[in-house]
Design a protein. Structure first.
Length: 132
């Protein structure tokens, strides 16, 4: 049986999964808006990024309305997660193309939103939700 080399997208998603495990924060798109694109050519490498059972997939997420609660202690250093996401994207030359729908950072324990990802000149930044 021959081994298949991992694609750029697969390498990026595996590394992103490791980041999520370390920081307790995951990326989830609210609607069908984020695509994974090649950093050089702009070619689409994937779409409908989802975080399911500790892994990133290309399935369209189903997010229902839930009661807002405090982030768990598991969600730590959201800025650190975003900084490493920028470094990962630069290293593999793969970036998220953020379109009309928001890309949300969620606590992997409670699955509650802890921030929203935005594109910046340096890569990505996070906007934390305002308290109600």
């Amino acid at each position: 049986m021959t081994k298949r080399r991992m694609s750029k997208t697969e390498k990026w998603m595996v590394a992103l999964t490791e980041l999520s495990g370390r920081y307790g924060v995951a990326l989830v798109e609210v609607y069908d808006g984020a695509r994974i694109v090649d950093g050089k050519s702009g070619k689409e490498l994937g779409s409908s990024l989802a975080y399911v059972c500790g892994l990133y997939t290309a399935h369209k997420p189903r997010i229902g309305k839930t009661k807002q609660s405090e982030p768990s202690q598991n969600a730590r250093n959201i800025q650190g997660f975003v900084q490493e996401l920028c470094e990962l994207s630069n290293a593999l030359e793969v970036r998220l193309e953020l379109r009309s729908s928001p890309m949300v950072l969620i606590d992997t324990t409670t699955m509650q939103p802890v921030g929203r990802l935005q594109k910046s000149a340096e890569g990505y930044t996070v906007v934390e939700p305002q308290p109600a």
